[in-house]
Design a protein around this ligand. Sequence first.
Ligand SMILES: [Zn+2]
Ligand SMILES: [Zn+2]
Length: 479
Amino acid sequence: MKKRAKQLSFLKNVVKLAIIMAVFIAAAVSAAQGKLRESEPILRVKIGGMHQKISIALPGGGEILNHKGRKIRTIRGKSGFTWAIGSGKRKKRVEHLNETLTFAGRKNQVTLNGKIYRGRMLVKFTNTGAIAVNHVGIEDYLRGVVGSEMGSMSPAESLKAQTVIARTYAYANRGKHGSEGADVCDSTHCQVYQGILAERESINKAVDGTRGIIMISEGKPIQALYHATCGGMTSDNDKVFGGTACSYLRRVICPFCKDSAHFRWVKTLNLNEFKSAMAKENIHFNHLIDLGYESPGLMDRVDKVFLVTDKGEFSVKGTTFRRLFDLKSTTFTLGNRKNVKAVISAAAVIKPESEPDNDRVQIVLAGMGETATDGPAQLIIQTAKGLKRVTRPETGWQTVVCRQISEIEPADSVLLSRNEMTRSSASGQIEKIEIFGRGYGHQVGLCQSGAIELGKRNWSYRQILPFYYSNVALRQLGY
Ligand SMILES: [Zn+2]
Ligand SMILES: [Zn+2]
Protein backbone atom coordinates (compact mmCIF):
# COMPACT_ATOMS: atom_id res chain seq x y z
CA MET A 1 0.00 0.00 0.00
CA LYS A 2 2.71 2.38 1.07
CA LYS A 3 4.75 1.65 -2.05
CA ARG A 4 1.73 2.34 -4.21
CA ALA A 5 1.11 5.66 -2.48
CA LYS A 6 4.72 6.60 -3.10
CA GLN A 7 4.38 5.71 -6.78
CA LEU A 8 1.23 7.77 -7.00
CA SER A 9 2.85 10.81 -5.42
CA PHE A 10 5.79 10.40 -7.82
CA LEU A 11 3.37 10.31 -10.73
CA LYS A 12 1.61 13.39 -9.35
CA ASN A 13 4.93 15.21 -9.27
CA VAL A 14 5.69 14.19 -12.85
CA VAL A 15 2.27 15.47 -13.95
CA LYS A 16 2.82 18.71 -11.99
CA LEU A 17 6.20 19.20 -13.62
CA ALA A 18 4.76 18.50 -17.06
CA ILE A 19 2.03 21.07 -16.46
CA ILE A 20 4.55 23.65 -15.26
CA MET A 21 6.70 23.01 -18.33
CA ALA A 22 3.73 23.17 -20.68
CA VAL A 23 2.65 26.50 -19.17
CA PHE A 24 6.21 27.78 -19.46
CA ILE A 25 6.50 26.71 -23.12
CA ALA A 26 3.07 28.19 -23.94
CA ALA A 27 4.13 31.47 -22.31
CA ALA A 28 7.39 31.48 -24.25
CA VAL A 29 5.57 30.77 -27.53
CA SER A 30 2.96 33.46 -26.93
CA ALA A 31 5.71 35.91 -25.96
CA ALA A 32 7.48 35.12 -29.23
CA GLN A 33 4.23 35.59 -31.16
CA GLY A 34 3.57 38.80 -29.30
CA LYS A 35 7.00 40.01 -30.24
CA LEU A 36 6.36 39.08 -33.88
CA ARG A 37 3.11 41.02 -33.87
CA GLU A 38 4.74 44.01 -32.22
CA SER A 39 7.51 44.25 -34.77
CA GLU A 40 5.17 44.07 -37.76
CA PRO A 41 4.62 47.66 -38.91
CA ILE A 42 1.17 49.10 -38.22
CA LEU A 43 -0.77 50.65 -41.09
CA ARG A 44 -3.47 53.24 -40.36
CA VAL A 45 -6.47 52.65 -42.61
CA LYS A 46 -9.33 55.12 -42.70
CA ILE A 47 -12.60 53.19 -42.77
CA GLY A 48 -15.36 54.91 -44.76
CA GLY A 49 -15.92 58.67 -44.73
CA MET A 50 -17.49 60.91 -42.07
CA HIS A 51 -19.66 58.57 -40.02
CA GLN A 52 -22.91 60.06 -38.73
CA LYS A 53 -23.42 56.97 -36.59
CA ILE A 54 -20.93 54.64 -34.98
CA SER A 55 -21.55 51.24 -33.50
CA ILE A 56 -18.55 49.32 -32.19
CA ALA A 57 -18.31 45.87 -30.66
CA LEU A 58 -15.25 44.04 -29.37
CA PRO A 59 -15.65 40.28 -29.86
CA GLY A 60 -14.54 38.57 -26.63
CA GLY A 61 -14.48 41.91 -24.80
CA GLY A 62 -11.86 44.60 -24.47
CA GLU A 63 -11.47 48.20 -23.47
CA ILE A 64 -11.85 51.78 -24.55
CA LEU A 65 -8.80 53.98 -24.03
CA ASN A 66 -8.55 57.76 -24.09
CA HIS A 67 -5.92 59.71 -26.03
CA LYS A 68 -3.44 59.21 -23.17
CA GLY A 69 -3.87 55.44 -23.41
CA ARG A 70 -5.78 55.34 -20.09
CA LYS A 71 -8.65 52.89 -19.82
CA ILE A 72 -11.97 54.71 -19.53
CA ARG A 73 -14.35 51.79 -19.98
CA THR A 74 -14.32 48.01 -20.10
CA ILE A 75 -16.41 46.31 -22.74
CA ARG A 76 -17.62 42.82 -21.96
CA GLY A 77 -19.06 40.17 -24.26
CA LYS A 78 -21.93 41.51 -26.26
CA SER A 79 -22.09 45.04 -24.90
CA GLY A 80 -20.88 47.68 -27.30
CA PHE A 81 -20.42 51.37 -27.94
CA THR A 82 -22.76 53.54 -29.98
CA TRP A 83 -22.57 57.17 -30.99
CA ALA A 84 -24.60 59.41 -33.29
CA ILE A 85 -24.31 62.99 -34.29
CA GLY A 86 -27.26 65.29 -33.60
CA SER A 87 -28.92 66.69 -36.72
CA GLY A 88 -31.46 69.22 -37.92
CA LYS A 89 -33.02 71.79 -35.62
CA ARG A 90 -32.69 69.76 -32.46
CA LYS A 91 -28.91 69.74 -32.70
CA LYS A 92 -27.76 67.81 -29.69
CA ARG A 93 -24.56 68.23 -27.82
CA VAL A 94 -21.90 66.12 -29.60
CA GLU A 95 -20.63 63.50 -27.21
CA HIS A 96 -16.85 63.06 -26.98
CA LEU A 97 -16.40 66.19 -29.14
CA ASN A 98 -12.79 66.50 -30.37
CA GLU A 99 -11.81 63.38 -28.47
CA THR A 100 -10.05 60.39 -30.00
CA LEU A 101 -10.91 57.04 -28.44
CA THR A 102 -9.15 53.74 -29.00
CA PHE A 103 -11.15 50.52 -29.10
CA ALA A 104 -8.89 47.61 -28.23
CA GLY A 105 -10.28 44.08 -28.28
CA ARG A 106 -8.79 41.19 -26.33
CA LYS A 107 -8.73 39.12 -29.55
CA ASN A 108 -7.18 42.00 -31.51
CA GLN A 109 -10.45 42.29 -33.44
CA VAL A 110 -13.04 45.04 -33.64
CA THR A 111 -16.42 45.39 -35.32
CA LEU A 112 -17.32 48.78 -36.79
CA ASN A 113 -20.89 49.25 -38.04
CA GLY A 114 -21.24 45.49 -38.55
CA LYS A 115 -17.93 44.89 -40.34
CA ILE A 116 -15.14 43.07 -38.54
CA TYR A 117 -11.48 44.09 -38.70
CA ARG A 118 -8.18 42.96 -37.20
CA GLY A 119 -6.23 45.37 -35.01
CA ARG A 120 -7.60 48.35 -33.11
CA MET A 121 -10.02 51.09 -34.09
CA LEU A 122 -9.32 54.75 -33.33
CA VAL A 123 -12.29 57.07 -33.60
CA LYS A 124 -12.11 60.84 -33.64
CA PHE A 125 -15.37 62.64 -32.89
CA THR A 126 -16.03 65.99 -34.56
CA ASN A 127 -19.15 68.12 -34.90
CA THR A 128 -19.54 67.00 -38.52
CA GLY A 129 -19.13 63.28 -37.84
CA ALA A 130 -16.70 60.63 -36.65
CA ILE A 131 -13.53 59.51 -38.44
CA ALA A 132 -12.64 55.85 -37.88
CA VAL A 133 -9.09 54.67 -38.46
CA ASN A 134 -8.14 51.00 -38.19
CA HIS A 135 -4.63 50.46 -36.81
CA VAL A 136 -3.72 47.07 -38.22
CA GLY A 137 -0.53 45.07 -38.81
CA ILE A 138 0.45 45.51 -42.45
CA GLU A 139 0.35 41.76 -43.19
CA ASP A 140 -3.11 41.47 -41.62
CA TYR A 141 -4.19 44.46 -43.71
CA LEU A 142 -3.07 42.66 -46.89
CA ARG A 143 -5.23 39.63 -46.01
CA GLY A 144 -8.23 41.92 -46.32
CA VAL A 145 -7.03 43.65 -49.50
CA VAL A 146 -5.66 41.24 -52.09
CA GLY A 147 -8.94 39.36 -52.69
CA SER A 148 -10.67 42.59 -53.71
CA GLU A 149 -7.94 43.42 -56.21
CA MET A 150 -7.53 39.98 -57.80
CA GLY A 151 -9.91 36.99 -57.54
CA SER A 152 -8.90 34.56 -54.80
CA MET A 153 -9.23 31.66 -57.27
CA SER A 154 -6.29 33.00 -59.33
CA PRO A 155 -3.06 30.92 -59.50
CA ALA A 156 -0.94 31.05 -56.33
CA GLU A 157 2.01 32.86 -57.94
CA SER A 158 -0.28 35.47 -59.56
CA LEU A 159 -1.77 36.15 -56.12
CA LYS A 160 1.74 36.52 -54.70
CA ALA A 161 2.56 39.08 -57.42
CA GLN A 162 -0.62 41.00 -56.53
CA THR A 163 0.27 40.80 -52.83
CA VAL A 164 3.72 42.28 -53.41
CA ILE A 165 2.05 45.07 -55.41
CA ALA A 166 -0.46 45.75 -52.61
CA ARG A 167 2.28 45.74 -49.95
CA THR A 168 4.47 48.01 -52.07
CA TYR A 169 1.52 50.35 -52.57
CA ALA A 170 0.92 50.53 -48.82
CA TYR A 171 4.57 51.40 -48.12
CA ALA A 172 4.83 53.90 -50.96
CA ASN A 173 1.66 55.69 -49.82
CA ARG A 174 2.11 55.85 -46.06
CA GLY A 175 0.74 59.16 -44.84
CA LYS A 176 -1.34 59.75 -47.99
CA HIS A 177 -4.32 60.50 -45.70
CA GLY A 178 -2.14 62.18 -43.08
CA SER A 179 -4.55 65.05 -42.43
CA GLU A 180 -7.11 62.49 -41.28
CA GLY A 181 -4.63 60.65 -39.08
CA ALA A 182 -4.37 57.77 -41.53
CA ASP A 183 -1.99 56.31 -44.12
CA VAL A 184 -4.47 54.97 -46.66
CA CYS A 185 -8.25 54.69 -47.05
CA ASP A 186 -10.31 51.56 -47.62
CA SER A 187 -11.80 52.53 -51.00
CA THR A 188 -10.66 52.41 -54.64
CA HIS A 189 -8.99 55.79 -54.02
CA CYS A 190 -6.25 53.73 -52.34
CA GLN A 191 -6.87 49.97 -52.16
CA VAL A 192 -10.18 48.28 -51.39
CA TYR A 193 -9.90 46.83 -47.86
CA GLN A 194 -12.75 44.73 -46.49
CA GLY A 195 -11.28 43.36 -43.28
CA ILE A 196 -11.74 39.82 -42.03
CA LEU A 197 -14.76 39.03 -44.23
CA ALA A 198 -12.57 39.26 -47.35
CA GLU A 199 -9.93 36.85 -46.05
CA ARG A 200 -9.44 33.59 -47.99
CA GLU A 201 -7.04 30.71 -47.52
CA SER A 202 -5.39 31.27 -50.91
CA ILE A 203 -4.87 34.96 -50.11
CA ASN A 204 -3.42 34.19 -46.67
CA LYS A 205 -0.93 31.82 -48.31
CA ALA A 206 0.12 34.52 -50.80
CA VAL A 207 0.58 37.00 -47.92
CA ASP A 208 2.58 34.55 -45.79
CA GLY A 209 4.62 33.40 -48.79
CA THR A 210 5.80 36.95 -49.56
CA ARG A 211 5.97 38.31 -46.00
CA GLY A 212 7.72 41.69 -45.94
CA ILE A 213 8.61 41.68 -49.65
CA ILE A 214 8.19 44.91 -51.62
CA MET A 215 9.45 46.24 -54.96
CA ILE A 216 11.99 49.04 -54.88
CA SER A 217 13.71 51.28 -57.39
CA GLU A 218 16.53 53.62 -56.41
CA GLY A 219 16.07 52.53 -52.82
CA LYS A 220 12.42 53.53 -52.56
CA PRO A 221 9.18 51.54 -52.81
CA ILE A 222 7.80 51.97 -56.32
CA GLN A 223 4.39 53.25 -57.40
CA ALA A 224 3.22 49.78 -58.42
CA LEU A 225 0.42 50.64 -60.82
CA TYR A 226 -1.61 47.87 -62.41
CA HIS A 227 -4.70 47.46 -64.54
CA ALA A 228 -7.14 44.72 -65.61
CA THR A 229 -6.05 43.98 -69.19
CA CYS A 230 -3.48 45.69 -71.42
CA GLY A 231 -4.73 44.23 -74.70
CA GLY A 232 -1.32 43.45 -76.20
CA MET A 233 0.97 46.05 -74.69
CA THR A 234 1.14 48.34 -71.70
CA SER A 235 1.81 52.09 -71.81
CA ASP A 236 4.47 54.44 -70.47
CA ASN A 237 3.24 56.26 -67.36
CA ASP A 238 4.02 59.75 -68.72
CA LYS A 239 2.09 59.11 -71.94
CA VAL A 240 -1.05 58.26 -69.98
CA PHE A 241 -0.89 60.52 -66.94
CA GLY A 242 1.57 63.21 -68.05
CA GLY A 243 4.34 64.20 -65.65
CA THR A 244 7.81 62.73 -65.64
CA ALA A 245 8.73 59.40 -67.14
CA CYS A 246 9.18 56.71 -64.53
CA SER A 247 12.01 54.24 -65.21
CA TYR A 248 10.01 51.22 -64.08
CA LEU A 249 6.66 52.09 -65.70
CA ARG A 250 7.70 51.53 -69.33
CA ARG A 251 5.73 50.02 -72.17
CA VAL A 252 6.11 46.25 -72.52
CA ILE A 253 4.57 43.85 -74.99
CA CYS A 254 2.20 41.46 -73.24
CA PRO A 255 0.66 38.77 -75.41
CA PHE A 256 -0.54 36.88 -72.33
CA CYS A 257 -3.92 38.55 -71.89
CA LYS A 258 -5.28 37.57 -75.28
CA ASP A 259 -7.88 35.19 -73.83
CA SER A 260 -9.32 37.98 -71.69
CA ALA A 261 -12.79 39.25 -72.62
CA HIS A 262 -11.32 42.76 -72.74
CA PHE A 263 -8.38 41.99 -75.04
CA ARG A 264 -10.45 43.48 -77.90
CA TRP A 265 -13.75 45.30 -77.62
CA VAL A 266 -16.27 47.03 -79.86
CA LYS A 267 -18.75 49.76 -79.06
CA THR A 268 -21.32 51.17 -81.45
CA LEU A 269 -22.95 54.57 -80.96
CA ASN A 270 -25.80 56.06 -82.93
CA LEU A 271 -25.71 59.71 -83.84
CA ASN A 272 -28.19 60.78 -81.15
CA GLU A 273 -26.22 59.17 -78.33
CA PHE A 274 -23.10 60.78 -79.71
CA LYS A 275 -24.72 64.21 -79.92
CA SER A 276 -26.12 64.19 -76.39
CA ALA A 277 -22.78 63.09 -74.92
CA MET A 278 -20.95 65.83 -76.83
CA ALA A 279 -23.48 68.39 -75.59
CA LYS A 280 -22.14 67.71 -72.08
CA GLU A 281 -18.81 69.03 -73.33
CA ASN A 282 -20.64 72.06 -74.74
CA ILE A 283 -20.27 70.84 -78.31
CA HIS A 284 -23.50 71.32 -80.25
CA PHE A 285 -24.23 70.52 -83.90
CA ASN A 286 -26.86 69.04 -86.21
CA HIS A 287 -24.82 67.05 -88.68
CA LEU A 288 -21.60 65.15 -88.19
CA ILE A 289 -19.60 65.39 -91.40
CA ASP A 290 -16.32 63.77 -90.37
CA LEU A 291 -14.65 62.22 -87.39
CA GLY A 292 -10.94 61.64 -86.89
CA TYR A 293 -8.41 61.10 -84.13
CA GLU A 294 -4.79 61.72 -83.21
CA SER A 295 -2.81 58.76 -81.98
CA PRO A 296 0.85 57.72 -81.96
CA GLY A 297 -0.08 54.50 -83.72
CA LEU A 298 -2.84 52.25 -84.89
CA MET A 299 -5.11 51.14 -82.06
CA ASP A 300 -2.86 52.92 -79.63
CA ARG A 301 -3.62 55.64 -77.12
CA VAL A 302 -5.93 58.27 -78.62
CA ASP A 303 -4.81 61.74 -77.60
CA LYS A 304 -7.56 63.68 -79.34
CA VAL A 305 -10.75 63.08 -81.28
CA PHE A 306 -11.70 65.63 -83.98
CA LEU A 307 -15.22 66.39 -85.13
CA VAL A 308 -16.09 68.13 -88.37
CA THR A 309 -19.69 69.34 -88.11
CA ASP A 310 -22.13 71.76 -89.73
CA LYS A 311 -21.40 74.11 -86.78
CA GLY A 312 -17.64 74.00 -87.18
CA GLU A 313 -14.72 71.85 -86.05
CA PHE A 314 -14.25 70.63 -82.48
CA SER A 315 -11.90 68.37 -80.58
CA VAL A 316 -12.05 66.47 -77.30
CA LYS A 317 -9.25 64.74 -75.40
CA GLY A 318 -9.01 60.95 -75.70
CA THR A 319 -9.47 60.59 -71.95
CA THR A 320 -12.61 62.74 -72.09
CA PHE A 321 -13.90 60.66 -75.01
CA ARG A 322 -13.32 57.52 -72.92
CA ARG A 323 -15.26 58.95 -69.99
CA LEU A 324 -18.15 60.24 -72.13
CA PHE A 325 -18.82 56.84 -73.66
CA ASP A 326 -17.66 54.70 -70.76
CA LEU A 327 -15.01 53.01 -72.93
CA LYS A 328 -12.80 50.33 -71.40
CA SER A 329 -9.61 52.13 -72.40
CA THR A 330 -8.22 55.05 -74.41
CA THR A 331 -6.53 52.70 -76.90
CA PHE A 332 -9.02 52.48 -79.74
CA THR A 333 -9.68 53.26 -83.33
CA LEU A 334 -12.75 54.66 -85.08
CA GLY A 335 -14.19 53.47 -88.36
CA ASN A 336 -16.28 50.76 -89.91
CA ARG A 337 -15.71 47.10 -89.25
CA LYS A 338 -14.14 46.30 -92.61
CA ASN A 339 -11.73 49.17 -92.52
CA VAL A 340 -10.71 48.51 -88.93
CA LYS A 341 -9.88 44.90 -89.73
CA ALA A 342 -7.41 46.13 -92.33
CA VAL A 343 -6.04 48.72 -89.92
CA ILE A 344 -5.51 46.15 -87.18
CA SER A 345 -3.76 43.65 -89.39
CA ALA A 346 -1.42 46.43 -90.50
CA ALA A 347 -0.47 47.02 -86.89
CA ALA A 348 1.45 43.78 -86.78
CA VAL A 349 3.07 44.63 -83.49
CA ILE A 350 -0.14 44.31 -81.54
CA LYS A 351 -1.58 41.42 -83.51
CA PRO A 352 -2.04 38.45 -81.19
CA GLU A 353 -0.33 36.21 -83.79
CA SER A 354 2.77 38.35 -83.46
CA GLU A 355 3.34 37.00 -79.96
CA PRO A 356 7.03 37.57 -79.37
CA ASP A 357 9.26 34.56 -79.12
CA ASN A 358 8.68 33.29 -75.60
CA ASP A 359 12.21 32.08 -75.10
CA ARG A 360 13.68 35.45 -75.89
CA VAL A 361 11.20 37.67 -74.20
CA GLN A 362 11.05 35.96 -70.87
CA ILE A 363 14.76 35.70 -70.13
CA VAL A 364 15.64 37.66 -67.04
CA LEU A 365 19.36 38.26 -66.70
CA ALA A 366 21.20 40.98 -64.94
CA GLY A 367 24.78 42.08 -64.59
CA MET A 368 26.20 39.58 -67.06
CA GLY A 369 28.96 41.90 -68.13
CA GLU A 370 29.70 44.53 -70.69
CA THR A 371 31.34 42.70 -73.58
CA ALA A 372 30.22 39.89 -75.84
CA THR A 373 32.41 37.29 -74.12
CA ASP A 374 31.59 38.13 -70.51
CA GLY A 375 29.64 35.65 -68.47
CA PRO A 376 29.27 31.88 -68.82
CA ALA A 377 29.02 30.18 -72.20
CA GLN A 378 25.73 28.53 -71.28
CA LEU A 379 22.84 29.20 -68.94
CA ILE A 380 19.85 27.22 -67.81
CA ILE A 381 16.96 29.59 -68.00
CA GLN A 382 13.42 29.44 -66.73
CA THR A 383 11.04 30.25 -69.58
CA ALA A 384 7.29 30.03 -69.95
CA LYS A 385 7.80 26.63 -71.55
CA GLY A 386 9.96 25.28 -68.76
CA LEU A 387 13.72 25.15 -68.20
CA LYS A 388 15.81 25.78 -71.33
CA ARG A 389 19.53 25.51 -72.00
CA VAL A 390 20.69 28.65 -73.78
CA THR A 391 24.13 29.28 -75.25
CA ARG A 392 25.66 32.73 -75.13
CA PRO A 393 24.52 34.77 -78.13
CA GLU A 394 27.18 36.21 -80.45
CA THR A 395 26.38 39.69 -79.17
CA GLY A 396 26.94 38.57 -75.58
CA TRP A 397 24.52 38.29 -72.67
CA GLN A 398 22.34 41.31 -72.12
CA THR A 399 20.30 42.64 -69.27
CA VAL A 400 16.94 41.65 -70.59
CA VAL A 401 13.89 42.02 -68.45
CA CYS A 402 11.46 41.96 -71.32
CA ARG A 403 11.18 43.50 -74.72
CA GLN A 404 10.57 47.18 -74.34
CA ILE A 405 9.62 49.52 -77.10
CA SER A 406 9.10 53.20 -76.82
CA GLU A 407 6.37 53.58 -79.39
CA ILE A 408 4.78 51.66 -82.22
CA GLU A 409 4.80 52.85 -85.83
CA PRO A 410 4.45 56.63 -85.79
CA ALA A 411 1.32 58.02 -87.38
CA ASP A 412 0.91 61.63 -86.36
CA SER A 413 -2.70 61.96 -87.12
CA VAL A 414 -5.27 59.63 -88.51
CA LEU A 415 -8.19 61.32 -90.20
CA LEU A 416 -10.53 58.78 -91.61
CA SER A 417 -11.95 59.74 -94.97
CA ARG A 418 -15.62 59.98 -95.68
CA ASN A 419 -16.19 56.48 -96.98
CA GLU A 420 -14.71 54.82 -93.88
CA MET A 421 -17.62 55.66 -91.63
CA THR A 422 -21.16 54.35 -91.76
CA ARG A 423 -23.12 57.14 -93.40
CA SER A 424 -26.64 57.88 -94.37
CA SER A 425 -26.99 57.18 -98.07
CA ALA A 426 -29.19 60.27 -98.54
CA SER A 427 -27.18 63.02 -96.80
CA GLY A 428 -23.70 61.44 -96.69
CA GLN A 429 -23.48 62.33 -93.01
CA ILE A 430 -22.17 59.97 -90.35
CA GLU A 431 -25.04 58.17 -88.61
CA LYS A 432 -23.27 55.39 -86.76
CA ILE A 433 -19.93 55.42 -84.97
CA GLU A 434 -18.06 52.19 -84.33
CA ILE A 435 -15.24 52.15 -81.81
CA PHE A 436 -12.76 49.26 -81.74
CA GLY A 437 -10.45 49.08 -78.77
CA ARG A 438 -8.06 46.93 -76.83
CA GLY A 439 -7.56 46.43 -73.10
CA TYR A 440 -9.31 47.53 -69.93
CA GLY A 441 -7.97 50.20 -67.60
CA HIS A 442 -5.15 52.73 -67.79
CA GLN A 443 -2.68 50.13 -69.15
CA VAL A 444 0.27 51.28 -67.02
CA GLY A 445 2.30 48.74 -65.02
CA LEU A 446 1.19 45.16 -64.46
CA CYS A 447 -1.54 43.63 -66.64
CA GLN A 448 -3.60 41.43 -64.30
CA SER A 449 -5.01 39.17 -67.03
CA GLY A 450 -1.45 38.62 -68.24
CA ALA A 451 -0.18 37.99 -64.70
CA ILE A 452 -2.92 35.37 -64.16
CA GLU A 453 -2.00 33.62 -67.42
CA LEU A 454 1.70 33.65 -66.46
CA GLY A 455 0.79 32.10 -63.10
CA LYS A 456 -1.00 29.31 -64.99
CA ARG A 457 2.17 28.82 -67.01
CA ASN A 458 4.11 28.28 -63.78
CA TRP A 459 5.96 31.57 -63.71
CA SER A 460 6.87 32.55 -60.18
CA TYR A 461 5.96 35.98 -58.84
CA ARG A 462 9.66 36.81 -58.97
CA GLN A 463 9.45 36.40 -62.76
CA ILE A 464 5.99 37.93 -63.26
CA LEU A 465 6.78 41.23 -61.52
CA PRO A 466 10.00 42.15 -63.41
CA PHE A 467 8.23 41.31 -66.66
CA TYR A 468 5.86 44.25 -66.13
CA TYR A 469 8.01 46.54 -63.98
CA SER A 470 11.31 47.38 -65.63
CA ASN A 471 14.50 47.51 -63.57
CA VAL A 472 13.02 46.94 -60.13
CA ALA A 473 14.42 44.88 -57.27
CA LEU A 474 12.57 42.92 -54.60
CA ARG A 475 13.47 43.81 -51.04
CA GLN A 476 12.68 41.74 -48.00
CA LEU A 477 11.84 43.98 -45.04
CA GLY A 478 13.09 42.61 -41.76
CA TYR A 479 10.04 41.70 -39.69
ZN1 LIG B 1 -7.30 56.89 -50.27
ZN1 LIG C 1 -1.65 42.12 -71.07
